[in-house]
Design a protein around this ligand. Structure first.
Ligand code: ACO
Length: 327
């Protein structure tokens, strides 16, 4: 059976940079608190009327197709992980496909909050491994600024906007996504969610007045859950693939909080210089954090490198993947 190899990666963040200094002027916070509690210095924000996650996703996918010399008509499937779709329907995958000229193929969204990219990668892998498709694009795109309350200091410092995309193709030489684990626990839903806008609480004057269309997060509960589960699932995927810390070239963690990333690396026995980290410049871009890490570190990756991707997010959702880098 062929494995699904990542054969290209591209990322996109919008131009506008929201610094900790600017946030200090918006809410009662300070650079020292944000930096020590999260590791974030700045994040990119998508400005402009009528621009959604698809705008950034399309930029990432267009760059990916160009870089990998892939024609839109060669793509068999496009999967988009997003928690901030442009619309409730149609799905953002369709919008992205239309923007880049991919037509007449399947496309759908996956919603698993910050674990979305890992979920989408796992699903995309199945279509390659089964032999059904030969070129699958997986894109993570989130405009978190659209659901962030910039009067709430406990959440507004955390999030940024961005997108990243990978191309998956069959590989028969032992490279690619060799294993993955995806998990969820719905009993954690009340700790991190957007209360209104869906079918349970459709938008109304009341929901807007109550600010229910923004991210609600009980930070300390999420923190506790994240530290345990991201570390546990990373250790589990290493154990079942007989990987020791020294065998792992890179940990590619979801970028939500530097302290959670450090705890995971510590549990895995991985030195901090082997941990991909760009939270300081992008903040938490939800489904885009992992592909944006791969994009930023692409020039440092070597064929055969063992990568462990790990994430957790609202839902709760979490997971890990073991990837042998293919180029
Ligand atoms: N600036 C200054 N002070 C602040 C800020 C701020 N931006 N935010 C909160 N505080 C204050 C609080 O009000 C509190 O003050 P009090 O003690 O007087 O009440 C104090 O700082 C400590 O607040 P905590 O919430 O206990 O701070 P904590 O150390 O837990 O850090 C944080 C908060 C950074 C949010 C942390 O809990 C965290 O990272 N949680 C996980 C976040 C995450 O990873 N989310 C998952 C992914 S998101 C997704 O799936 C969409």
């Amino acid at each position: 059976m062929s494995k699904a190899a990542i054969t290209g990666i591209h990322g996109y963040v919008p131009d506008y940079v929201l610094t900790n200094a600017e946030l200090e002027r918006m809410v009662d916070t300070n650079d020292e608190w944000i930096t020590t509690r999260t590791g974030i210095k700045e994040r990119h924000i998508l400005k402009g009327e009528g621009m959604g996650s698809s705008h950034m996703g399309a930029k990432a996918v267009a760059g990916l197709l160009e870089k990998t010399n892939t024609k839109p008509e060669e793509v068999d499937l496009l999967i988009c992980a997003t928690t901030t779709p442009d619309y409730i329907f149609p799905c953002t995958a369709n919008l992205i496909s239309d923007m880049v000229g991919i037509r007449n193929v399947g496309g759908f969204d996956i919603q698993a909050a910050c674990s979305g990219f890992l979920y989408a990668l796992t699903v995309g892998t199945q279509f390659i491994e089964s032999g059904k498709y030969r070129k699958v694009v997986v894109v993570g795109a989130d405009k978190m600024s659209a659901i962030t309350d910039y009067t709430d200091r406990t959440t507004c410092v955390l999030f940024g906007d961005g997108a990243g995309a990978v191309l998956l193709e069959p590989n028969d030489d032992g490279y690619g996504v060799l294993d993955s684990i995806i998990r969820s626990d719905g009993s954690g839903q009340q700790h991190l969610f957007q209360k209104a806008g869906g079918s349970r609480y459709p938008p109304s004057h009341e929901t807007v007045e109550k600010r229910w269309h923004y991210v609600y997060q009980d930070g300390p509960s999420v923190f506790k859950f994240a530290v345990k589960n991201m570390a546990d699932v990373s250790a589990e995927i290493m154990e079942r693939n007989h990987l020791a810390g020294d065998d792992v070239a890179w940990l590619v963690p979801h970028q939500a909080n530097k302290r959670i990333i450090d705890a995971t690396a510590n549990r895995m026995g991985i030195n901090t210089n082997k941990v991909m980290m760009n939270i300081h410049k992008y903040g938490n871009t939800t489904a885009a954090t992992i592909p944006l890490c791969l994009f930023d570190y692409e020039s440092q990756l070597n064929k055969g490198d063992n990568l462990v991707l790990a994430a957790f997010g609202g839902g709760f959702t979490w997971g890990a993947a073991y990837v042998k880098w293919a180029y």
